[in-house]
Design a protein. Structure first.
Length: 133
């Protein structure tokens, strides 16, 4: 499985916010730490805000923070938030409908992989990204 750049950046953003649990962090700080375009990061932040995964606060002590506890946000939640369900990319593996038959082998394989991936990524939470070994 290969992560898209959006998914990768969304996971990085969530990790940074989780590591600063009791503070609001500016996107420009996160962008600077990871060499990410601030505009691209802001676009991703809007997607995560829309799904309630992060929140923002304006003002001098404003910035961004997680919208839930880190152990309540899964990698799957983050990846789905940036996958663009409205654009038809609601499944990370993708969907395929066989035009010839109802029980098409590629469709069955994709479905099994997608469900397994969903289960696995749902068990990985943001707090695991920041735990020290």
């Amino acid at each position: 499985m290969k992560l898209t750049r959006q998914e990768e950046i969304a996971l990085i953003l969530a990790s940074e916010l989780a590591s600063h649990r009791n503070a609001y962090i500016s996107l420009s700080d996160v962008a600077g730490m990871h060499g990410i375009s601030a505009l691209f990061l802001k676009k991703i932040a809007r997607m995560l805000i829309k799904q309630g995964l992060i929140k923002s606060k304006e003002g001098q002590r404003g910035g961004y923070a997680l919208g839930k506890l880190p152990e309540e946000i899964s990698a799957w939640d983050i990846m789905q938030a940036v996958a663009g369900k409205s654009s038809g990319k609601g499944e990370i593996v993708g969907s395929f409908t066989c035009p010839l038959q109802r029980s098409c082998m590629p469709q069955t394989i994709r479905h099994l992989i997608s469900e397994s991936l969903k289960q696995y990524l749902s068990d990985i939470t943001v707090d695991q990204f920041i735990k020290k070994e």
